[in-house]
Design a binder for this molecule. Structure first.
Ligand SMILES: O=C(O)CCC(=O)C(=O)O
Length: 304
């Protein structure tokens, strides 16, 4: 994996971050302890995340990628006349989060997110039969877009809290394509966990993102941002209280990735993310939701 020179500039929601100053490259891969389940559990508890390089074989990822890009081409969102695999963004610059009824027609993609490789891993990691939430988040991120800082618990915390996200690179993702950004240490912030982490964006109708300003997050929580380029098939696994975001895609290529969720089958399930077409969760418009800024004042976590 390439090293990132200090001074490399990236962006998150319009805020510039500089490697070595305000964002760091020190992400740890857990490939060396991959076979040691106790060590993996200990590491995720301590560090909040596991990066496993080449978790999925490249051929399987490229197969899934082909399904996704063929569909995107049929929808006219790719630049015309360019090899599909380049995933060049079309003139409309449209980001897509694919509906489940589309995604579920793609065996190559399902093989990645709920095939043997993944389910055997979670069975071992969780120590029992595992399930994957039906709702699969598959994203094609266009230029200028990224996810704000949030913890997943506010979106899918109505079942067990021992639920894990697996973020999967569905192609090579360089820094300028907007990879996942990790908020190191955030999972140990008790006040965050007890306040923001105890809320439910859908039920309480609140704006789910904690902040769109990475500096606000750093100063409020006393945490550091980190990111790294990913290769097709690399994954990041993290728990519900680990804050994360993504860097802005400043390139002319779509960033393809998925985030899918796993838990013990015997534990309580957030039923809002189960069923044929879980996209039907009632969604209030963002502006109709309670502003996160007001809540953060009540929680004693108001920022800059
Ligand atoms: O891929 C992204 O931009 C955001 C991913 C995310 O929020 C997640 O994995 O929970």
């Amino acid at each position: 994996m390439s090293t990132i020179p200090n001074g490399t500039k990236v962006s998150m929601s319009g805020h510039e971050l500089i490697f070595g100053e305000t964002i760091f490259a020190e992400t740890r891969s857990s490939n060396d302890i991959f076979e040691d389940t106790d060590a993996l559990r200990h590491r995720i508890e301590e560090e909040g995340y596991l990066i496993i390089r080449n978790f999925h074989d490249r051929a399987s990822i490229l197969n899934a990628r082909q399904e996704i890009l063929t569909y995107m081409d049929s929808q006219g969102v790719l630049a015309p006349g360019i090899p599909l695999d380049d995933a060049i963004i079309g003139p409309e610059n449209r980001s897509t989060r694919f509906r489940d009824n589309i995604v579920k027609q793609w065996p190559g993609f399902l093989n990645i997110v709920e095939g043997e490789n993944t389910m055997n891993f979670f069975q071992r990691f969780l120590d029992g039969p595992a399930l994957s939430l039906d709702h699969k988040w598959l994203r094609a991120i266009s230029k200028g877009r990224n996810a704000g800082a949030h913890c997943d618990v506010v979106y899918m915390g109505a079942g067990t809290k021992k639920l894990y996200t697996m973020w999967t690179a569905l192609g090579d993702i360089s820094l300028d394509m907007g990879p996942l950004a990790l908020c190191l240490g955030s999972h140990k912030h008790q006040q965050l966990k007890n306040t923001y982490g105890a809320s439910d964006a859908h039920q309480d109708l609140i704006q789910g993102a904690f902040s769109n300003n990475p500096y606000d997050v750093m100063e409020t929580l006393g945490t550091r941002w980190a990111s790294t380029p990913f290769n097709a098939g690399d994954v990041v696994i993290f728990g519900m209280y680990f804050m994360h975001a993504s860097l802005e895609n400043t390139s002319n290529r779509f960033r393809l990735s998925s985030d899918t969720r796993y838990q013990l089958a015997a534990e309580a399930v957030d039923e809002r993310h189960m069923g044929e077409d879980p996209d039907v969760i009632p969604k209030a418009d963002l502006e109709d939701r309670k502003p996160i800024g007001e809540l953060r004042k009540e929680w004693g976590l108001s920022g800059v």
